[in-house]
Design a protein around this ligand. Structure first.
Ligand code: SF4
Length: 404
């Protein structure tokens, strides 16, 4: 088998699925989609079972890659046995699994003989590994063979050039997110300033300027005496985060209960303004302030690398801010990263308790990240809202990431 150059986080090889010990198995709670060829293959294998296990996606959202989906029942994938094992794998072997089941939570993107691998933090075990980490994520590069197909691939005549830009911007994101002498909130804001300019280069077809700009940006940061002076000291009201959370269009398992819990913990009241039809929220500021302090002591100080490593994994695995496409620019993707970061902090803070086990906080992270990062609708709505309200600026993002 051909040897290729693989870049991956060091913990990639330590991942092992928890199988039936997983509290939130990936076989439940969200859409499990398959490609057209997988759909046809599975149909042939499963038709004799007599139960409806697979269906085509609605026509408007059907594509070659996302063609069919499993028909889930109350416990999730209908092929799951009572012990939580996969009956498809038991009957036909691991080769019969569709890509999403065989590869999840692994993620990969490839160009020629270079491959980047990562893991999505929407998996319980991945989050546990990130929580156990006592330093910034390390990435390794090694020559190895690789047989599974990553979904994404750079193709076409300028594929290598686009790949090199992609890797360069990812390095930029990782280096800034791991600048440990600066608070994580500030690192996120600094990333925004840089990405905003990089986005301009992409918009103006001046991608060749990106690499030089990144060098100058780091030099400027190194020579700056007080980075805090780069930003306004204004912040936004956490009620905005509460509004984001309450109105986000997410239906993944556990999300509704979590929402009720936040409303209860922060003593939230929701008001509908008759004249405008707008909704506003009031909550106990005292309670939020108390929990914010508790979250810092109880969680952030105990696990100083957790949020950083979650964000690094998201920027790498979801290709946020480094792989613009027809739907989302670099800036759009960065804004959504800020949305996820601030809302994640907000909900964890709202739920924290003195005697809370880490396990419970991780479970909240799984529910939220599953709902937010594997859900196009939540992303579309959040980005649309930033643009429509004029809050799509680096200054607003700097305030947003500090608010949670
Ligand atoms: S969420 Fe992760 S640990 Fe749990 S069943 Fe899926 S792959 Fe395994």
């Amino acid at each position: 088998m051909k040897m290729i150059d693989i870049i991956k986080p060091e913990l990639y090889d330590r991942f092992q699925c928890k199988g039936s010990a997983c509290r939130r198995t990936c076989c439940a709670g969200w859409k499990i989609t398959v490609s057209k060829s997988e759909y046809q293959d599975l149909k042939n294998k499963l038709d004799h079972t007599g139960t409806k296990t697979l269906q085509r996606m609605p026509e408007e959202s059907r594509s070659t890659l996302v063609y069919g989906e499993f028909v889930l029942d109350e416990k999730g994938c209908p092929l799951q046995s009572d012990e939580g094992l996969c009956r498809l794998q038991l009957s036909f072997g691991a080769e019969s699994l569709p890509h999403v089941c065989a590869f999840f939570p692994r993620q990969g993107i490839r160009c020629d003989d270079e491959l980047q691998l990562s893991l999505t933090p929407a998996c319980e075990r991945v989050l546990e590994l990130l929580l156990e980490g006592d330093k910034s994520l390390e990435f390794i590069r090694q020559k190895a063979s690789f047989s599974s197909k990553p979904i994404l691939r750079f193709t076409g005549k300028d594929a290598k050039t686009r790949w090199n830009h992609y890797i360069r911007i990812q390095e930029f994101c990782i280096l800034l997110l791991q600048a440990k002498d600066i608070s994580l909130d500030r690192r996120m804001s600094l990333l925004g300033l840089g990405l905003h300019q990089i986005n301009e280069y992409y918009k103006n077809d001046e991608i060749y300027k990106v690499s030089g700009y990144i060098d100058r940006y780091f030099a400027m940061l190194n020579n700056s005496e007080n980075i805090d002076n780069w930003f306004s000291s204004k912040t936004i009201d956490p009620a905005i985060l509460l509004g984001n959370f309450v109105t986000s269009k997410v239906s993944s398992e556990g999300y509704g209960e979590l929402l009720k819990r936040v409303l209860q913990e922060l003593k939230v009241t929701v008001q509908l303004k008759e004249k405008t039809g707008d909704t506003s929220f009031t909550y106990s500021r005292e309670e939020y302030k108390r929990r914010r302090k508790l979250f810092r002591i109880r969680f952030t100080e105990k696990h100083p690398y957790f949020l950083e490593n979650v964000m690094v994994m998201l920027f790498v695995g979801k290709h946020w801010a480094s792989l613009p496409d027809d739907s989302y620019s670099i800036w759009d993707q960065y804004m959504y990263a800020c949305w996820v970061y601030s809302n994640l902090k907000f909900v964890l803070t709202a739920c924290i308790k003195e005697d809370m086990e880490d396990e419970e906080l991780l479970d909240i992270c799984v529910i939220l990240l599953r709902g937010w990062i594997h859900n196009e609708r939540s992303k579309q709505e959040a980005i649309k809202n930033f643009h429509e309200t004029g809050s799509d600026t680096p200054a607003h993002m700097a305030m947003l990431v500090q608010a949670g």
